[in-house]
Write a protein that binds this ligand. Structure first.
Ligand SMILES: [Zn+2]
Length: 478
């Protein structure tokens, strides 16, 4: 008995020792860098140009887009950024998307591509400032596109215009691609720009697109957290359909098509795809671990033991859940037209966001497996596989990380998995190094301004974004 107790006590001590050693041996991945030079710029003029850019209603809206507003915006860019248009080569792709080439002095270096998009999503609801006013009010610039994603396009052009004025000449060729239909999947703009570059045999050093932000006050961290997307999830729409006998509802069968589809939806929803701590999410946890409070740090450093705890937490955190697994969201259910008529057909659509490692096909197979007892027709309607995962330990990632450290002092950097899609995925055949980062500081509560009400950016953050792209161009084109 005594011997058994002794064994248990020893085991506990060994376990505690292992946990503690692992907890304290996770080292920081952060890098120190001297501050970027302050921004020397005619601020009022730069602010006026950004405000003007927001006023173009470059809305992506199904078949109606693009509009004359897209053309007007492109024409206005040429007058607003004369040096850029005089010194860089500009090509128009598919009528509306733009590709700028800033030729470097060393043609042996692979070009660096900066991506952005100038289309925006439609507007709903009542705003504090009109959504296409570009109003400068209370220290903010207001309007659709101030965050997503005209801030990228305009900041890159401001940075370039000012660097040209200083006779800066890149060693590495820079490409800027500005899409006009990102919000519709980039199938016209980004996809064709990527094809054009591919047809010319271009290999890119890296692609840097919109993506992760800098979030203040998150995850119990004392410093702001800048996240760089190194992968993005895929998506799939799976349709469930039941055909049966319609008729009067006075003598119904035990299960009607509507009932059967409802059961099938419930079955799929209660059988989520398995969780995995791999790839981009594993990298993120590794980078965050050394900076978290002790208890969380111990969990992150010992996931071999604590994964079940993380899984339990994911049941109450939709954001965490989305990082750990392919998510399941029934979005459409339909069938029936009259309250006393049994519909002969009922259908539902389930939208999955696919974790790297899973595929559209494996998702469809999972649904079929979950429903093998059910008389339901399962069909993969459409989908996109997840992106490849870019390495967070490359020179290119480090250049981006160093630039963030130079401009946003005392900010932590971590790679992450993007749950939404960007234009960058079209460029996967051109480089393994695709990084997604938007140089904007926000509180967590401001995240719903993306595609939501009262989209705005702090005036100072806009100037910081210009400073960021100046530093990125200088560091990346060196
Ligand atoms: Zn966007």
């Amino acid at each position: 008995m005594k011997r058994a107790l002794l064994l248990v006590a020893t085991a506990i001590l060994v376990l505690a020792a292992v946990l503690l050693v692992r907890t304290f041996s996770v080292t920081s991945m952060q890098i120190a860098a001297p501050p970027a030079p302050p921004l020397v710029l005619h601020r009022a003029a730069a602010l006026a140009r950004f405000s003007r850019a927001i006023q173009f209603r470059t809305v992506s809206f199904g078949e109606n887009s693009p509009t004359t507003e897209h053309d007007a915006f492109v024409a206005w860019l040429a007058t607003a950024y004369p040096r850029v248009h005089a010194s860089l080569q500009r090509e128009v792709v598919n009528g509306h998307s733009l590709l700028f080439t800033w030729r470097g002095s060393d043609p042996s270096l692979a070009p660096l591509l900066l991506l952005g998009h100038y289309d925006v999503v439609p507007v709903e609801g009542k705003w504090q400032q009109p959504p296409f006013s570009g109003a400068v009010n209370g220290g903010f610039v207001w309007g659709r596109g101030t965050l997503d994603d005209k801030v990228t396009v305009i900041s890159i052009l401001e940075a370039t215009e000012s660097l040209l004025a200083e006779n800066f000449r890149p060693r590495r060729t820079l490409l800027f691609a500005f899409g006009h239909d990102e919000e519709l999947g980039g199938l016209q703009g980004a996809a064709n720009t990527a094809k054009l570059l591919q047809s010319r045999g271009v290999k890119l050093d890296a692609v840097i697109d919109e993506g992760g932000l800098i979030i203040r006050r998150t995850l119990g961290l004392t410093q702001p957290l800048a996240v760089i997307g190194i992968a993005e999830k895929g998506s799939a729409n799976v349709e469930l359909r039941v055909n049966g006998h319609g008729g009067h509802s006075s003598m119904p069968p035990a299960r009607t098509p509507v009932g059967l589809v409802a059961e099938a939806v419930d079955r799929v929803q209660s059988h989520p795809m398995p969780s995995h701590i791999t790839g981009a999410t594993k990298e993120m946890l590794r980078w965050l671990a050394p900076h978290l409070p002790f208890a969380q740090r111990m969990v992150m450093a010992n996931l071999w033991l604590f994964k079940p705890a993380l899984d339990a937490r994911a049941k109450t955190s939709n954001a965490l859940n989305a990082m750990l697994r392919t998510t399941t969201a029934p979005t459409i259910i339909s069938g029936g037209v009259k309250d006393n008529v049994i519909a002969s057909e009922a259908r539902a659509v389930i939208n999955f966001r696919i974790l790297p490692g899973d595929t559209t096909e494996s998702v469809a197979a999972h649904v079929r497996d979950s429903l093998n007892e059910h008389d339901v027709n399962v069909q993969l309607v459409n989908g996109t596989d997840p992106s490849p995962i870019s390495d967070a330990r490359t020179r290119q990632f480090r250049t981006l990380q160093r630039t963030i450290a130079q401009v946003y002092r005392d900010t932590l950097v971590a790679p992450n998995l993007m749950v939404g899609g960007t234009d960058s995925r079209h460029f996967a055949p051109l480089t393994p190094n695709i990084y997604r980062f938007l140089p904007v500081l926000l509180d967590e509560k401001d995240l719903d301004r993306f595609h939501g009400l009262n989209e705005r950016i702090a005036v100072d953050d806009y100037f910081q974004a210009i400073r960021f792209y100046r530093a990125l161009i200088m560091n990346g084109a060196r």
